[in-house]
Design a protein around this ligand. Structure first.
Ligand code: PLP
Length: 365
């Protein structure tokens, strides 16, 4: 065989996720040209289902589908919706908030950073003071679930401040879309970047932005990118087309994943399922003497970070669990040598998590 010999492993890293059999089977769908009506129908159905995840009105919001990983959706959102001359405030409490700032800098969008320690909760009084200080801020970009640490940033108080000051809110919800609450109307979200291969259980290669249609129509914003321009994608997709070749097979998989998602009860059901699995792992590891990085209630249901146990390196823990069929995830940056991360997305069960905790226990004994 012409591919590396990869054993079947359960992925507990934050995407890509372990696939269900039906999503994997969908990948082998028929060859299809992206200029044929069958593709237009596939794309239309996915866009409709993406809006249905949070019950959005297609007159007011558009789901814009692209080929690329989650970062392409982040970059498309910032480059396409970022202000023309005013400033974008960017909240940074982990790798992905910092990535938003890098994207803004690359596209020449003036920004005001709100820099926090990684994993720290957003201080809304400080945010209010920053907005008072920088009157030219028209946009605010932030990460919903900061996968660096597992911190679920509270959007509601930030959205309220944005509403008071008519600031446009842009979210990286790449690792929360489909499993955490996103109140598009209540929080007046103008743009939300996400991907197929995290909480929606599709494969990597398809990502999307949900954008408020009026935010897309802002003629003052210069076109900063050819490939990632959301207005271009949206115009073509509304007509059943696509500006460029899409990753047809990953779209098949996403359509199947969305059908499965709906049949299983939508985001509330997925939230409950992830929470049960995450709590099972968390209480199991705590019983083994392992300490979570964040206090109870601060993490998403998607991912939790833990301090490495004394005298166990990440490499040793990772290697041991891999021999038991699990792939876990390391920390990044300042947490590179001190934490590990466990995500409970994808096609995994409580019995799998029981085996995981038992395998950690075996290493520590
Ligand atoms: C995974 C992730 C991304 C995108 O990463 P890709 O490797 O480009 O898919 C962006 N933001 C957050 C919060 C993520 O967890």
């Amino acid at each position: 065989m012409n591919r590396p010999d990869v054993r079947p492993l359960l992925l507990l890293n934050p995407g890509p996720v372990t696939l269900s059999a039906r999503v994997r089977a969908a990948l082998g769908g028929p060859d299809l040209c992206h200029r044929e009506p069958e593709f237009a129908e596939l794309q239309r159905a996915i866009r409709e289902r993406l809006l249905q995840v949070y019950g959005l009105d297609p007159q007011r919001y558009a789901a814009i589908l692209m080929t690329g990983s989650g970062t392409s959706a982040m970059e498309a959102m910032i480059a396409s919706l970022g202000p023309a001359t005013s400033k974008m405030l960017i909240i940074e409490n982990g790798v992905y908030g910092e990535r938003l700032a890098r994207i803004a800098a690359i596209h020449g969008i003036p920004s005001v950073p709100m820099t926090l320690k990684w994993g720290e909760a957003i201080d809304n009084a400080r945010l209010r003071a920053l907005l008072d200080e920088h009157q030219g801020v028209s946009h605010l970009a932030m990460v919903h679930h900061e996968t660096t640490t597992g911190r679920l940033n509270a959007i509601e108080p930030v959205a309220r401040l944005c509403g008071e000051r008519r600031v446009t809110l842009l979210l990286d919800a790449v690792s929360s879309f489909g499993a955490e609450e996103l109140d598009f109307h209540g929080w007046d979200i103008a743009g939300c970047a996400a991907t197929a291969n995290k909480c929606l259980h599709g494969v990597p290669g398809a990502s999307f932005v949900i954008a408020r249609r009026d935010a897309l129509d802002d003629d003052d914003i210069p076109q900063r990118t050819l490939y990632l321009d959301l207005a271009t994608y949206c115009r073509e997709q509304d007509k059943g087309g696509t500006p460029f070749t899409q990753s047809v097979q990953t779209f098949y998989a996403l359509a199947e994943a969305l059908a499965e998602f709906q049949e299983h009860g939508g985001w509330h059901a997925r939230h409950r399922r992830y929470r049960a699995l995450a709590e099972q792992v968390r209480s199991g590891l705590i019983a083994l003497g392992i300490r979570p990085l964040l206090p109870e209630g601060a993490s998403s249901v998607v991912l939790n970070s833990y301090h490495l146990p004394a005298n166990v390196t990440y490499e040793r823990l990772h290697g041991h669990l891999k021999t038991h069929g699990f792939v876990i995830y390391s920390g990044q940056g300042i947490y590179g040598k001190s934490i590990f991360r466990i995500s409970t997305m994808g096609e995994i069960t409580g019995a799998d998590m029981q085996r995981l905790v038992a395998a950690v226990g075996e290493l520590l004994r």
